[in-house]
Design a protein around this ligand. Structure first.
Ligand SMILES: C[S@@+](CC[C@H](N)C(=O)[O-])C[C@H]1O[C@@H](n2cnc3c(N)ncnc32)[C@H](O)[C@@H]1O
Length: 345
C-alpha cells in the first residue's frame, strides 16, 4: 500500500497468507535443494514408475524414516506425484531440475541460493556493507554460478542469436566472437561448437574462472579459442570482432560506459553487441511477480560485489550513448532478455 492508497486496510486473516506462503516456499526450496544434493531427485528420475519411500531410501543410502519425510514434503511442494504409495517426479521436473543441457534447467539455482555468498555473508556484513569480488568467493560458488549461467547460454546460442536480424548469416561467413565475462567457459564452448568457422575469445577479470575455462577447452578446440585475463574496462583486441556477447554479467561492470566503449572499439563496422541479462523489474507490480522476487534474491549477491541487476531498458540508453544503431531487444523468459545493437555500418 502507498500513502495515497484508498483501499481499506486488510485484516490479519487477509495478510497472514503473505507470510505463510513465504514459509511454505522456504520449505519447498530446502526440500528441492536437499533432494538435489543428496541424490534423492536423481534416483527418482531414474525410476519412471516411481519408488516407495523405502526403496528410494535404500537406493540412495539414506535412513528410511527420513527418506519418507522428504518424499512427503516433495509431494507437498508439487515436485513429486504419489500413486499407490510410490513417488515419482512430476512431469518435466527431471528436465528442469537435472538436465543441464535443457533451456529450461533451473536446478542449479536452488543450490546456489543456499551457498553462503548469497544470503549468509550479506547478513554478516550488513552493518559494515563490506564489499567483495569474485576472487573472494569460493570455488563452489563459481561452479554453482556457472551452472546457473548455463541455461542462459543454451537459450542464447544459437536460438537467441538467430533472433538478431542478420547475425547468424554473418557468423556463417566466419570471424571473431568475443564472450566478455566468460566465467568458467561454458559460452565459449557453446559458441565454438555452433560456429565452427569462427574463432572465439573469452575475456574475464577473475583468474580462477579463466583457468577453469582454459582447462575445459584445452586440447579440444586447438587454436580456435583463446582466453584473456583482464578487466573488461581494460580489454582491447588485435583484430575486429563480428560479435561481442555478454551473458548475465554486464550489470557487474565497475565502469559500464568504459566497457561499452571498449566493446564498440573491438567490433568491425556493423558488428553486433548482444547483452544477455536478467531484466530487473522497473515497476512496483513487476517487483511483486515471481521473477521479480527471485531477482530481488540475486540482488543480495550483486550488492556484495557492489552492483545491482539493471532494468532491461537501461541497455537501450547505454548502447545509444555509445553510438550503436539498430538497437532492439527480446524477452526469452521472464528472467532472461536480450538487448543488442550494431556499430555504424
Ligand atoms: C555471473 S558470472 C557469469 C559468467 C559467465 N558469463 C556465465 O554466464 O557463466 C560473472 C562473471 O563476470 C566477470 N566479471 C564481472 N565484472 C567484470 C569486469 N568488469 N571485467 C571482467 N570480468 C568481469 C566475473 O569475473 C565473473 O566471471
Amino acid at each position: 500500500m502507498t500513502d495515497t492508497d484508498t483501499r481499506p486496510t486488510p485484516t490479519i486473516q487477509q495478510q497472514a497468507p503473505v507470510l505463510l506462503s513465504q514459509i511454505a516456499g522456504y520449505v519447498g526450496h530446502r526440500t528441492i535443494a536437499m533432494g538435489l544434493r543428496t541424490g534423492l531427485v536423481a534416483a527418482l528420475a531414474d525410476a519412471p514408475d516411481g519408488l516407495t519411500p523405502d526403496a528410494l531410501a535404500d537406493d540412495v543410502g539414506v535412513d528410511a524414516f527420513y527418506g519418507s519425510v522428504w518424499c512427503r514434503a516433495a509431494f507437498a511442494a508439487g515436485v513429486c506425484d504419489r500413486i499407490d504409495g510410490r513417488y515419482r517426479l512430476a512431469p518435466h521436473m527431471a528436465t528442469m531440475l537435472l538436465d543441464t543441457t535443457s533451456a529450461a534447467y533451473v536446478g542449479g539455482v536452488f543450490t546456489v541460493m543456499e551457498q553462503p555468498e548469497m544470503f549468509d555473508r550479506f547478513e554478516r556484513v550488513l552493518p559494515s556493507g563490506e564489499r567483495m569480488w569474485w576472487d573472494d568467493t569460493s570455488h563452489d560458488w563459481i561452479a554453482g554460478v556457472s551452472g546457473t549461467g548455463t541455461p542462459f547460454y543454451t537459450r542464447l546460442v544459437p536460438g537467441g542469436i538467430d533472433a538478431v536480424p542478420g547475425l547468424s548469416d554473418r557468423l556463417v561467413a566466419g570471424g571473431c566472437i568475443v564472450d566478455t565475462a566468460c566465467g568458467a567457459g561454458t559460452g565459449v564452448l557453446r559458441l565454438a561448437e555452433h560456429y565452427p568457422q569462427c574463432t572465439i575469445i573469452g575475456v574475464d577479470g577473475d583468474g580462477y574462472s579463466i583457468d577453469k575455462a582454459r582447462a575445459r577447452v584445452e586440447g579440444a578446440l586447438g587454436d580456435r579459442v583463446a582466453f584473456v585475463h583482464s578487466p573488461l574496462e581494460e580489454f582491447s583486441l588485435d583484430g575486429p570482432a563480428a560479435l561481442v556477447i555478454n551473458n548475465i554479467s554486464m550489470h557487474e561492470c565497475r565502469d559500464i560506459d568504459a566497457v561499452t566503449a571498449n566493446v564498440a572499439a573491438a567490433l568491425e563496422p556493423g558488428g553486433w553487441f548482444v547483452i544477455s541479462d536478467f531484466p530487473f523489474p522497473d515497476t512496483d507490480d513487476g517487483l511483486r511477480t515471481v521473477p521479480g522476487r527471485i531477482m530481488c534474491g540475486i540482488q543480495y549477491f550483486e550488492a556484495q560485489i557492489d552492483d545491482q541487476l539493471l532494468p532491461r531498458a537501461y541497455y537501450d540508453d547505454l548502447l545509444a550513448r555509445h553510438g550503436f544503431v539498430d538497437i532492439a531487444s527480446t524477452v526469452l523468459t521472464p528472467l532472461h532478455a536480450l538487448t543488442w545493437g550494431r556499430t555504424a555500418h
